[in-house]
Design a protein around this ligand. Structure first.
Ligand code: FE2
Ligand code: FE2
Length: 179
């Protein structure tokens, strides 16, 4: 392959972005759970699991190219603002941050796919293209949640939580871990 090192560098940038996203979504999940917003807590957990799978896919490719995986987030996560010293969970703001993160990842991976193609690495190019599709779906999901929240507010979320409680979550994932 023409430029193995270039691909390894881009794949590791992808790993860094995914690690950042996993940490961010888990942080939001903890806060949604704490406030009893089960629907959104499950949504963020499920997307975080998908992002972890992306780390796995990118890592497989890095090791195939004889590189090593760098386990470091691309940047620090965004923390909730504090009001009277306590974290203040603003649902709309959190959903917008998540949609924005996905949107930035889409741009990043489109660019990485292009660069891998130019470096003569068709497999890494395809991997980034497949990830773009998934990240676009995530962006769409967060956008829809945000629209619904803007339209229906807390009532919508309360209803979602009641309706979905006790069954599998909205993505068809089995619940894993401690409930
Ligand atoms: Fe991802
Ligand atoms: Fe994503």
């Amino acid at each position: 392959m023409a430029n193995r090192d270039k691909s390894i560098e881009l794949l590791n940038k992808g790993v860094a972005k995914e690690i950042e996203t996993v940490l961010q979504y888990l942080y939001f999940q903890f806060h949604f759970e704490d406030k009893g917003y089960t629907h959104l807590a499950k949504l963020f957990k499920n997307v975080a699991i998908k992002e972890m799978m992306h780390i796995d896919m990118l890592s497989d490719r890095i090791l195939f190219l004889k590189g090593d995986v760098i386990m470091r987030p691309a940047s620090d996560i965004v923390y909730l603002d504090k009001v009277d010293g306590k974290p203040d969970l603003k649902i709309e703001k959190v959903l917008k941050i998540a949609a924005q993160m996905e949107n930035m990842t889409v741009d990043l991976y489109n660019d990485f796919a292009k660069q891998c193609g130019e470096a003569g690495d068709a497999t890494s190019k395809r991997l980034f293209e497949r990830l773009v599709e998934v990240e676009e779906e995530h962006e769409d999901t967060f956008d829809i949640e945000c629209d619904n929240y803007e339209k229906f507010g807390e009532t919508y979320l309360a209803l979602q939580t009641i309706q979905r409680d006790g069954g599998n979550d909205e993505s068809g994932h089995e619940d894993i871990g401690m409930g």
